[in-house]
Write a protein that binds this ligand. Structure first.
Ligand code: ZN
Ligand code: ZN
Length: 268
């Protein structure tokens, strides 16, 4: 009855997370090349053909790059909302199963997802709440300018949260990006800064929250120690769980909610 979360890598050059329940294997986002995803899965002793389904959060290529090809090659079902499918040129009839926001989708016998809309420029992005139906819930949320009340409500019920910490405010503002891009990144439809992420997590620290992964860190405008220290400053006193960072290299680690499956341990 466990649910595990393994980040295969995260950042503007590619994102992908493997979620495993006892009977279902799900990839959220497929933003690396097919070869790279297969390589990263094989590093954790996992065959790509064991993937049952791929969910694409939004059409940006760092989340969708090889999703369609992977779905075809691995015979894995592909899911996205309609806007994302259209932007990727995928047919909702035979290539992708489309979902609506806040519609719970059963991915396998013991795994479902709830897509929660989040503000992100020029894309209909969703955060994903993954549940094994036995009380284990994990959230994967990247690429948003701010957390909505609705998203916060759904994050409250999660024991694991993977959330972006995209940029350090000072680095972004004093960095090389043109003013217009700085404004876009820091705006409502951009990305979360370390301090915004820290504030969000500050509201979510509760006794059930057991692990946090900070992801989608900008390589130009952020650094792991900056993201980590800003978050710890906010939640360090209260949070007793595990805080880690997913970078562009991976796979890095697996977080477990619930009892580990011995077979999965030997693989991982
Ligand atoms: Zn994006
Ligand atoms: Zn992205």
């Amino acid at each position: 009855m466990a649910l595990s979360i393994t980040h295969l890598g995260s950042g503007s050059r590619g994102n992908s997370v493997l979620l495993q329940s006892d009977e279902t294997n799900l990839l959220i986002d497929c933003g690396f090349s097919l070869r790279q995803i297969e390589k990263r899965l094989s590093i954790i002793g996992f065959s790509a053909h064991e993937i049952d389904a791929i969910v694409v959060s939004h059409h940006h290529s760092d989340h969708s790059k090889s999703a369609a090809r992977a779905s075809e090659k691995w015979n894995a079902r592909l899911y996205s909302n309609l806007e994302t499918a259209m932007r990727l040129g995928l047919s909702p009839i035979d290539q992708v199963r489309t979902f609506s926001s806040l519609e719970r989708i059963q991915i396998g016998p013991d795994l479902s997802i709830l897509p929660v809309p989040v503000p992100h420029d020029d894309a209909e992005n969703v955060g994903l709440i993954v549940s094994n139906g036995k009380g284990r819930r994990a959230a994967v949320v990247t690429d948003l300018g701010e957390a909505t009340t609705e998203l916060m409500r759904h994050l409250e019920g999660c024991q694991h949260i993977s959330i972006e910490a995209n940029y350090d405010w000072n680095r972004l503002m004093n960095g090389p990006y043109p003013q217009s891009l700085k404004q876009r990144i820091s705006g409502r439809g951009g990305h979360l800064s370390n301090s915004q992420t820290a504030e969000i997590l500050g509201e979510l620290v509760h006794s059930n929250l057991s692990s946090i992964v900070l992801c989608h860190l900008s390589e130009k405008n952020n650094a792991p120690h900056l993201a980590e220290s800003e978050v710890l400053l906010e939640i360090g006193e209260e949070f007793k769980g595990d805080l880690s960072i997913s970078t562009q290299e991976g796979p890095e680690f697996t977080h477990w909610l619930g009892q580990k499956d011995p077979e999965l341990i030997t693989r991982g």
